[in-house]
Write a protein that binds this ligand. Structure first.
Ligand SMILES: Nc1ncnc2c1ncn2[C@@H]1O[C@H](COP(=O)(O)OP(=O)(O)O)[C@@H](O)[C@H]1O
Ligand SMILES: [Mg+2]
Length: 365
């Protein structure tokens, strides 16, 4: 199946990733149709068509599926039910329900990654205070407690037993506090990794099984939110090679079509540990729009549309910086800088922690 120019790519989710996918599709002469529960979505502003509907509205989803040639998603918390409804109506969904269901649950995701022979942080399933205590006994402190589902940008996680923790609490009290902080939900306890740096691999797999990966960025997070991606990363070549090999294994095991973002911790020894993966285009790949002939967004569209994958080589070094909350006001100053590509997402409300845009500073190699 190949979606030819003037064909329609359906996208579940209306955020900035859908917006940038739509812009990339438009350049290839393809149309996009956004499905989102949200009015005035960032993606809806630049797409050919928008359906505003609930992710569980079977009638709306069926109509949407009938109007598009292929369906993809820009949001990894699309309910499994949505994909099932679309599939039951013969819509082709890429990357597919398996990738989505694994990536939505941190416990299932870690078990899957380990089953492929790759390493993750040590982990323990937590369903109540008793299993949290058992997990801390096995893993030790410090450790991070994360909800299994629906966490993003550092939300739904808390550190237990860090040096800056509240020393006035007993261990039992600290455990209870952490458990309540994450909403007393099914969770996973992870060992704290003392990493040298974080990198990610933005990889793509075509419908014919071909795999292409971008150069790895080094990712700098603050408070769990990505602030900067720096390319080249400065990570040892061996670490990047290993990370690419692991990404390829994940893509093959999921029989994937599209772009994936896999986050890694690089140890002081040069070893790599998988943190998590997102079955979609990824914030740490935004620089590819400005530093590569074919961006991650175009690459994803190519993959799901059955086109040959593009060459992921970059022509520039770069630093991508997110504009979060009222930092978006910096657009005035940034717009005076040379070699600076500004991307604003068209969101009206710059609430704290919200990703409002990003900027890529490029330097020819
Ligand atoms: N086990 C860990 N050890 C050390 N740092 C961690 C660990 N897990 C997460 N972090 C830090 O928190 C950030 C966000 O965590 P992550 O699991 O990627 O959640 P999210 O889904 O919010 O991106 C990571 O990029 C990393 O900086
Ligand atoms: Mg992450």
């Amino acid at each position: 199946m190949i979606v030819e120019p003037n064909g329609v790519i359906g996208i579940l989710g209306g955020g900035q990733l859908g917006r940038m996918l739509s812009l990339a599709a438009a350049r290839l002469g393809l149309k996009t149709h956004i499905y989102t529960p949200e009015d005035h979505s960032p993606a809806g502003q630049v797409a050919d068509a928008v359906t505003i509907g609930d992710y569980k509205d079977a009638d709306r989803l069926k109509d949407f599926g009938d109007l598009v040639n292929v369906v993809t998603y820009e949001f990894e918390n699309v309910p499994a039910e949505t994909v099932d409804i679309l599939a039951a109506n013969h819509a082709l969904v890429a990357p597919g329900g398996k990738a989505l269901s694994i990536a939505q649950d941190r416990l299932v995701e870690k078990e899957f990654v380990n089953s492929l022979g790759a390493r993750t942080a040590p982990f323990h399933a937590v369903d109540d205070l008793a299993s949290l205590e058992v997990g801390l006994g096995v893993i030790g402190r410090p450790a991070i407690l994360k909800t299994r589902r629906l966490g993003y940008d550092g939300k739904g996680q808390t550190t237990i037993g860090a040096a800056n923790g509240d020393l006035s609490l007993t261990w039992d009290e600290a455990n209870r506090k952490a458990w309540e902080e994450i909403g007393a939900r099914p969770s996973i306890l992870e060992g704290f990794i003392d990493f040298e740096m974080e990198i990610s691999i933005i990889g793509a797999r075509g419908r014919n099984g071909e795999i292409r990966c971008y150069d790895a960025p080094r990712n700098i997070h603050k408070g769990g939110i990505l602030r900067q991606s720096v390319v080249p990363s400065g990570a040892p070549d061996g670490a990047v090679k290993n990370a690419i090999a692991i990404t390829s294994k994940i893509l093959d095991a999921l029989d994937y079509a599209g772009v994936i973002g896999v986050e890694f911790f690089v140890e002081k020894s040069g070893g790599v540990i998988v943190n998590e993966f997102a079955p979609r285009v990824h914030n740490s790949g935004h620089w590819t729009s400005d530093a590569c002939a074919v961006s991650q967004f175009e690459q994803h569209i190519r993959a799901v549309a059955g086109w040959p994958l593009g060459d992921p080589r970059r022509h520039s070094d770069c630093i991508m910086e997110n504009l979060i909350g009222d930092e978006v006001e910096r657009w005035r100053d940034l717009s005076r800088e040379a070699n600076t590509c500004i991307h604003l997402y068209g969101k009206r409300d710059a609430s704290p922690g919200r990703k409002m845009g990003h900027v890529t500073r490029i330097r020819a190699r």
